[in-house]
Design a protein around this ligand. Sequence first.
Ligand code: TXA
Ligand code: MG
Length: 343
Amino acid sequence: MHPDSNAVLFGANIINNNGLVVFPTETVYGLGANALSAYACRKIYLTKERPADNPLIVHVSSLAMLHRITVGIDPEIESKLGEVWPGPVTLLFQKSDNIPDIVTANSPRVAVRMPDNPLALQLIEKSGVPIAAPSANISTRASITDSKYAIDELKDRVDLIYDSGPTKFGLESTILDLSGEVPTLLRAGSKTVEELEPIFGKIFVSEVARGTYESPVAITPGMKYKHYSPVKTLILVDENVFDEISVNSDLKGEVLMIGSTEHCKNSILDTFDLGSMGDLRTVAAKLFIAFRELDKRNERIGVIHPFPEYGYGLAIMNRIRKASSYKIQNLKDFEEKLSEIGS
Ligand code: TXA
Ligand code: MG
């Protein structure tokens, strides 16, 4: 589909006047501003309530634009860019002086990607500048995968929201660091490790990318490293515990069961069905929708189970670990936690 050229020009004009534009990408919605303007990028941090030490991804529409904002790109890496761009892969490069320090949170490296969405690409091209854009959600909340959630969350905070409906993947880009001996995954995302290894070679999957580096004990809501979260409490439980909870009628109206079709189908509690265990791409696309729906419903707690950690499952588990306040492995602990949380 061709984006409306007037709508593109309208947005480009806002970007050129240092305003904020919420625009679709193939992954999630971005909260965009002129990446060459420190003034405009500061507005992103303020609007999103984002800590100043969390840098922004810069979106480009051409390799010429990539060269304006970087220095010393390895020719071997550059020769492979066509295999992943436009697409949901973010790479780190040495930044040029054109990129203000606020964009990279003072790092000498800038994270860049070329989104695979016609409206995003034309918005960047017509603006004539790269666009810095974190996910459009307010800090700590789930990323925005549909313009209706952007309107709910941001309508009073930004200059323009493109009402373009759901995004293709519903999960953020994969972030890869190619600067060392071995390519390192910094964030699992919409391009799987299995898809990337034939292009870049064996990839090191760090604890950070898995989301397993945190201590398994309670994470209080609001702590800095909580991400992608519903406002309500989300509890990650083992699969067998999930099945036991889902047939406890005392919990009806109290707990929303978020899980695969296989685990939801026998539940007597209300469920948010993420799709089949065999279709992890669909599960990934529905995850953030589930978190947002939990917040809209009456139940005060969400319960979710783990997914296999390959393909999209790597990103799914990373997001679930970061979004959940507690990880629980048996029914007794769950019941204790429930009474501790209170009603
Ligand atoms: O799919 C996506 O990547 C979406 C769309 C809008 O492009 N963007 C997105 O941005 O997810 P954000 O800000 O929510 O997440 C970007 C992550 C940050 O958590 C940050 O740690 C990492 O990218 N990042 C950005 N710049 C970096 C840098 N210079 N060095 C290391 N990590 C960086
Ligand atoms: Mg984000």
